[in-house]
Design a protein around this ligand. Sequence first.
Ligand code: ADP
Ligand code: NI
Length: 200
Amino acid sequence: MSGEHTGHDFFHVDRVSKTALEIAKKETGVDLFLIQAAALLHDLGDYKVNNTKKSEEEILKDACNDLKIPSDYSFKILEIILNMSYSKNIKSRQKLSLEGKIVQDADRLDSIGAIGIARAFAFGGSRKRELYNPEIKPKTYTSLEEYRNSENPTLNHFYEKLFFLKDLMNTETGKKMATKRDKVMKNFLSEFDAEWNGKS
Ligand code: ADP
Ligand code: NI
């Protein structure tokens, strides 16, 4: 994943792993190996970065085999990764283990706040999206395909996904962190709006 330029590089998975372990400190009876393994592998076969012919599941199974992860563990790891993404949760919320909920919170936290802003524009740029276009209004997506194929400007992504995340947190620690990061994005957007209108 090194050198990946849309915000899904090794540093992203490393942050997710660290944040997940931080969240885990406040939870009881969690399996830290499972959390770390799921966090580090979670974007390996993601549709945004997968440019092979292999499916996400195949990529993950191969990785677990290469890493000699015992099969009862790889089952739990795949169960988390294949169900945690935002797009797969649009139609209905997928069931996740406590470890999965923690990794999902950590992944979502990396989409918001200062780093989230940077990642959103990096991703938008990679897909040749406009920064902002006042004529194009935010959409409500009802399916995975519609969400994944959207070509809306990056600024819309804040209203189409990022501002929902704080209320979708699974853990109390995640919620606290998300509330702070949400404010960072709101401040950024109010500055953006003022500058767009030549007022700041
Ligand atoms: P998941 O991987 O959980 O399905 P996403 O597909 O929404 O979640 O993508 C994860 C990250 O990729 C987002 O948080 C954001 O940084 C970036 N991203 C995805 N879609 C967009 C978009 N339409 N505009 C800007 N950034 C996006
Ligand atoms: Ni991720």
